[in-house]
Design a binder for this molecule. Structure first.
Ligand SMILES: [Zn+2]
Ligand SMILES: [Zn+2]
Length: 86
């Protein structure tokens, strides 16, 4: 039996190199697999193809999320915390 990616119709069976990153997929009409390429989206920030992303109005890859977090931490937001304001 052929195990095709339902997007690009590439073979994803064992030995093709697409096997390890495929995932089962069912789009309602077809039951099959998605190869790594078709699972990836382009990150809206760094424009790299990634399979690990979050959708938050835009596609953000894990690297950019980590960057954004790091930036947040380096901003001196903590200085607004003054306790003498009562
Ligand atoms: Zn594919
Ligand atoms: Zn990114």
């Amino acid at each position: 039996m052929m195990e095709l990616c339902i997007e690009c119709k590439k073979e994803t069976s064992w030995g093709t190199g697409n096997f390890c990153n495929r995932s089962s997929s069912n789009d309602g009409a077809l039951d099959g697999f998605l190869c790594a390429d078709c699972q990836s989206l382009e990150c809206d920030r760094c424009h790299k193809k990634t399979t690990e992303y979050q959708l938050d109005g835009e596609v953000i890859c894990m690297e950019c999320i980590a960057d954004a977090m790091a930036n947040q931490w380096s901003n001196p937001v903590g200085e607004q915390l003054t306790i003498g304001d009562i």
